[in-house]
Design a protein around this ligand. Structure first.
Ligand code: APR
Length: 235
């Protein structure tokens, strides 16, 4: 019987994709600096102007086709040889998939999928644009398979379960400001180590009250490399 692998829950945000060339949301020049969140990433925005919302995600999907996973995405895959790794990402890009990670939970949806607006179980691959008039098999307009502000986070329970089982948590490139994702560390066992890799770390309430927090104030590509090397060495 092989020894049970220690479990690592990795919580990622836009900062892990920044060095691949994808804008974050709240940094200077970020996505939310040039778009009104409520216009393009809320259910109200969708009801007000579907074409505007479709175009916003079409632009992001076209940009995603031009970029590649970076060294941070790839370093996480190396962990899988020694640990049972679950990636819990707030990102809607597919860079963790393309980087080779095996077990990925998307909390805020996936850019390269579309969904029916009459039956949310109808989800389709979406490599290209979604246009007004593109319909699901039941004849309803397709929408991006994205969790918008004001909508429930369907994968939250699965993610919380993964965090509660983890022996170690690695947080990478997220401002930890958007709940419920930002509150996931509250589900962790109280004494496990939590690593936080962030170019400009800011601690939210949960992290400020975390006992075994180790902050690595570096870019994802260098910071994740260091943490992965350390974790591989000890296991
Ligand atoms: N390396 C490491 N961290 C970085 C890098 C980098 N190269 N570049 C930026 N960061 C950090 C920033 O310091 C910031 O803390 O990444 C974080 C990005 O924060 P946000 O832009 O708020 O992105 P994120 O935390 O993923 O946002 C969460 O908000 O708008 C919603 O649904 C959207 O999933 C998103 C959620």
């Amino acid at each position: 019987m092989s020894k049970q692998k220690s479990k690592i829950a990795v919580l990622t945000g836009a900062g892990i994709s920044a060095e691949s060339g994808i804008k974050t949301f709240r940094d200077a020049g970020g996505l939310w600096e040039h778009h009104d969140i409520m216009e393009v990433a809320s259910i109200e925005g969708w009801h007000n102007n579907q074409a505007l919302v479709l175009n916003f995600y079409n632009e992001r999907r076209r940009q995603l086709a031009e970029v590649q996973p970076n060294a941070a995405h790839k370093a996480l895959v190396e962990l899988e040889s020694r640990y049972d790794v679950t990636i819990i990402t707030q990102n809607v890009d597919d860079l963790h998939e393309r980087g080779g990670s095996s077990h990925i939970i998307h909390l805020h949806g996936e850019l390269k999928k579309s969904r029916s607006t009459v039956d949310e179980r109808l989800i389709y691959p979406c490599p290209g644009d979604i246009l007004p008039g593109d319909c699901c098999e039941k004849g309803s307009q397709l929408r991006p398979h994205i969790v918008w502000f004001g909508e429930m986070v369907p994968m939250l329970e699965v993610a919380a379960e993964a965090v509660s089982r983890a022996d170690l948590i690695l947080i990478i490139g997220t401002s930890m400001q958007v709940y419920p994702a930002a509150g996931l560390t509250a589900y962790a066992s109280p004494n496990i180590p939590i690593f936080y890799v962030n170019q400009k770390p800011m601690l939210n309430y949960e992290l400020e009250n975390t006992r075994n927090l180790k902050v690595i104030p570096e870019n994802a590509t260098t910071g994740v490399r260091k943490v992965v090397d350390e974790l591989i060495q000890i296991n």
